[in-house]
Write a protein that binds this ligand. Structure first.
Ligand code: UDP
Ligand code: MG
Length: 320
């Protein structure tokens, strides 16, 4: 349950909307217009929109610059290259000034109109309001099936499972934004990390629209990278699997050998397969630790429009 109804006596609360964008030139003006309409109707809030250009190559930044020039309440960052969706979201969160911050996709698959409902639930005291996909229009059978299976797998394995069928479209309270912004996790899997902190959390169901324009920027490779993060950062089960598997193969091999008195080839190949698999899984964790130890920044900032957020908590590496 939420802790308490939020009350602001002396000032209006602020709501930030973070929009990660990678090659979204065609849709951004629509997204900005829809957001402006929704935010304009939220009379009790001051609002800002923060566009994070994640190293686009299609002229997205020119569109963002024009939007920032023509309208109040727009700030923007251009990252040094394409660092990926999670890094772009993190950059937005670190730069958001809001008491509540909403992360939303740029392509209008996440309806901006839901933000009003999220803001109302935040005022009721919820710290996390996730948008849960009831249906996904205009997406391939592969995408729907893999997402369905993946969310359930992560949920079954995770220490603190995130709400099923939610992406990164959600509202976060400032206290949680600060914790995420200060996180040193180089393999940050936002939707998992959000639930891990244990803030009061609720969700709204919605039907996911098809893309307004352009094509999905989540290539199979990026989807696999995200799934790896989801599985490795909130669960030690894959690592333990090697122990179970190794034990099972050893016992099974010994039993078969005893029973048949020979079958060296079969048991040999089973042992080799399980060792290779085990090494692969250990390698994944080693790589995650390696990235952490490397201590590189999550992203670099090449350009910035509008002032730095007053609460900007973390030193950012700038490659100007
Ligand atoms: N995105 C990003 N960096 C990337 C890939 C995607 O910032 O490397 C953004 C993209 O512009 C969009 C959101 O992440 O706002 C979700 O991406 P997309 O719509 O391509 O994914 P899908 O909805 O197909 O899963
Ligand atoms: Mg999309």
């Amino acid at each position: 349950m939420p802790r308490e109804i939020r009350a602001f006596d002396s000032r209006r609360p602020m709501l930030s909307v973070v929009v990660p964008c990678y090659n979204e030139r065609e849709v951004l003006a629509h997204t900005h217009a829809r957001l402006t309409e929704v935010l304009g109707a939220l009379e009790e809030f001051d609002c800002e929109q923060i566009f994070v250009d994640d190293g686009s190559s299609d002229g997205t930044w020119e569109v963002v610059k024009a939007l920032a020039k023509d309208s109040d309440g727009v700030r923007a960052l251009r990252l040094g290259r394409n660092f990926g969706h999670q890094a772009a979201c993190l950059a937005g969160l670190r730069n958001a000034a809001g008491d509540a911050v909403v992360v939303i996709d740029a392509d209008l698959q996440d309806p901006p109109e839901l933000i009003a409902e999220m803001a109302a639930l935040w005022r009721d005291g919820w710290s996390v309001v996730s948008a849960r996909r009831r249906s996904r229009a205009g997406e391939s059978v592969f995408k729907k099936a893999s997402a369905y299976a993946f969310y359930r797998l992560v949920s079954a394995l995770s220490e603190q499972p995130p709400a099923l069928d939610t992406g990164d479209f959600r509202l976060l309270d400032r206290a949680l934004v600060r914790l995420l912004a200060e996180s040193r996790d180089k393999n940050l899997y936002l939707r998992g990390a959000v639930s891990w902190f244990g803030f009061p959390e609720t969700h709204i169901d919605y039907d996911r629209a098809p893309r307004h324009a352009g094509t999905s920027q989540y290539t199979l490779r990026k989807m696999l990278a995200l799934s790896r993060r989801g599985l490795l950062s909130d669960s030690a089960v894959p690592l333990r699997l090697t122990t179970y598997l190794g034990t099972a193969v050893l016992v099974g091999g010994a039993a078969t050998a005893a029973f048949r008195r020979d079958l060296g080839v079969l048991t040999g190949s089973a042992a080799f397969g399980s060792q290779a698999l085990a090494l692969g899984i250990v390698g994944e964790y080693l790589h995650a630790v390696f990235r952490q130890v490397q201590g590189r920044p999550d992203y670099t900032v090449a350009e910035r429009l509008g002032p730095l957020s007053p609460s900007h908590p973390v030193e950012e590496r700038v490659n100007l």
